[in-house]
Design a protein around this ligand. Structure first.
Ligand SMILES: [Fe+2]
Ligand SMILES: [Fe+2]
Length: 308
């Protein structure tokens, strides 16, 4: 089996700069995968990010997160389970998604789709725009993909099977699958409820089970959305789990640009490397001159004035 080297960038939320472009363009990654959520909390902060990523010379695959192409009314509607808010905010959603894809230039937007990473490895995009809990942004999912229930979402993923069969499978989602625990600091555990809960997507879990039942090799399950740091616990959640020959990785270190005590800034991504058929997943922190560190013991948050 050929060697393969992938960079996984978690939720960006405005934290992308020209050092990222320099580093990735000069790297030997075969491709860069991004879990989405480009904008920070200021309007237009996503533009700087999309411009930077669109300018990358490497092959880039990304999946829209719940902050990409959506607005505050929609997001609030999803949180409050308000159908009318979701519908009202959803006016023009298709246009905004198309515009975002155009801004992203030659990069490849994933979502209920399959792309070849090499002759024997496929990248499979799960349901786009997921924020966990249930199906999100239903009007868009209906119009764009004909999906209006978890069952239909599962069926939509299942319909990709002929393109996946017999290949090694790398799954890319915004929110991860259910089945990885219900403690608040589990990889996709619900941290915003005191009692916790499994915040993973059930349609994605069923799809992974479907592939495994057929003997397919699901090597990597890559996602973000549930940010690493859990403030009131004062620690980060589990970010990788290796179970039943599948590496699950949550790359959502937010903010992904950090600084150490001396004020040196570091940019986070996860290195996924297949050597002689074996995958290794490693957090990487890249300094200003492109130097790499595998940990950042005394990390502090770097607040960038134009993003947060
Ligand atoms: Fe998200
Ligand atoms: Fe996020």
């Amino acid at each position: 089996m050929e060697n393969l080297k992938l960079a996984l960038v978690g939720d960006i939320h405005g934290f992308w700069d020209r050092k990222d472009n320099e580093y990735f363009d000069n790297s030997n990654y075969d491709a860069i995968l991004i879990t989405g959520d480009f904008p920070g909390y200021l309007p237009l902060s996503g533009l700087k990010v999309t411009r930077g990523i669109a300018n990358l010379k490497k092959k880039v695959y990304w999946i829209p997160g719940n902050h990409d192409s959506t607005n505050a009314v929609q997001l609030l509607g999803e949180i409050l389970h308000s159908k009318w808010m979701i519908r009202l905010g959803g006016i023009g959603h298709r246009f905004r998604l198309t515009r975002l894809k155009r801004r992203m230039g030659d990069t490849i937007c994933m979502g209920y789709s399959v792309a070849d990473l090499d002759s024997k490895t496929v990248l499979v995009g799960a349901r786009p725009l997921s924020m966990g809990g249930s199906l999100n942004f239903l009007p868009l999912l209906k119009k764009e993909f004909g999906v209006s229930s978890e069952r239909e979402s599962f069926e939509r993923m299942k319909s990709l099977y002929p393109k996946i069969q017999g290949k090694e499978c790398v799954l890319l989602a915004h929110n991860g699958p259910a089945g990885y625990g219900s403690k608040r600091d589990d990889i996709w555990g619900c941290d915003f409820r005191k009692k916790g809960g499994d915040w993973g997507d059930r349609d994605l879990l069923h799809f992974i089970e479907f592939l495994k039942e057929r003997g397919e090799k699901v090597s990597l399950v890559l996602a973000g959305h549930m940010h690493h740091h859990i403030r009131d616990l004062g620690r980060d959640r589990t970010w990788k789990v290796n179970e039943n020959s599948t590496h699950a990785v949550n790359a959502a270190k937010v903010p992904r640009i950090l600084k150490d005590k001396e004020g040196n800034s570091f940019r986070h991504h996860v290195r996924l490397e297949r050597k002689n058929g074996v995958w290794d997943c490693q957090e990487i922190f890249v300094g200003k001159k492109g130097e790499e560190r595998i940990s950042l013991p005394d990390e502090e948050v770097l607040f960038s004035s134009d993003t947060f």
